[in-house]
Design a protein around this ligand. Structure first.
Ligand code: FES
Length: 144
C-alpha cells in the first residue's frame, strides 16, 4: 500500500508560483523537491520535480528568490534553460533535450499529497546542508 503525505494545497502552489520541500530518497539522501503549477488542462494542476538542473548541479528553486517561472516553465538561474512545468522537459539552452527527475504526487480535493515510494517527507523548505552551490556562479549574467 502506498502511504501518502499531505504537502500543501494546490491554491498555495498557484499563488506562490512554486513550493519547496525536502524528502529522503531511497538511497538515504536528503533531496529537495520543487512543486510548480501546471497550466495544461490535460495534466494535474501541480507537478513535482527534483530541485536540480539536468545540466549542472544547480538548484532551480533558491531560498532568496524561489523558482523563476516564465512561459509555463521553470528557468534555471545559472544558464537560463527553461523546463516545461508540466512535463519537466527542456528544449533549449545548455540543458536542451533533457527532463527533470519527477516525483509522484496525488491531488485530491485541492490538496497535494506525496505518494512517491522512493521519497519520504522530511520538512517544508530546503535541505539543511551548508554547501554554497545555491547561487549561480559569477559567469552568469542572467537578470530576472
Ligand atoms: S546549470 Fe542549468 S542550464 Fe546550466
Amino acid at each position: 500500500m502506498t502511504t501518502r503525505y499531505r504537502l500543501t494545497s494546490v491554491e498555495t502552489v498557484q499563488q506562490d508560483g512554486s513550493w519547496l520541500f525536502t524528502a529522503r530518497n531511497g538511497r538515504g539522501e536528503d533531496t529537495e523537491v520543487l512543486l510548480v503549477p501546471c497550466e495544461s488542462e490535460a495534466k494535474p494542476p501541480v507537478e513535482a520535480w527534483v530541485n536540480r538542473c539536468t545540466h549542472e548541479n544547480q538548484r532551480l528553486y533558491r531560498e532568496d528568490i524561489g523558482a523563476v517561472m516564465r512561459d509555463g516553465g521553470v528557468v534555471c538561474p545559472k544558464h537560463g534553460s527553461i523546463f516545461d512545468a508540466c512535463s519537466g522537459y527542456c528544449d533549449n539552452g545548455e540543458a536542451a533535450d533533457s527532463t527533470l527527475l519527477s516525483v509522484d504526487l496525488e491531488i485530491e480535493d485541492g490538496q497535494v499529497y506525496l505518494i512517491d515510494e522512493d521519497m519520504t517527507y522530511l520538512r517544508d523548505g530546503p535541505a539543511d546542508d551548508d554547501d554554497d552551490d545555491d547561487g549561480p556562479q559569477s559567469t552568469s549574467h542572467l537578470q530576472f
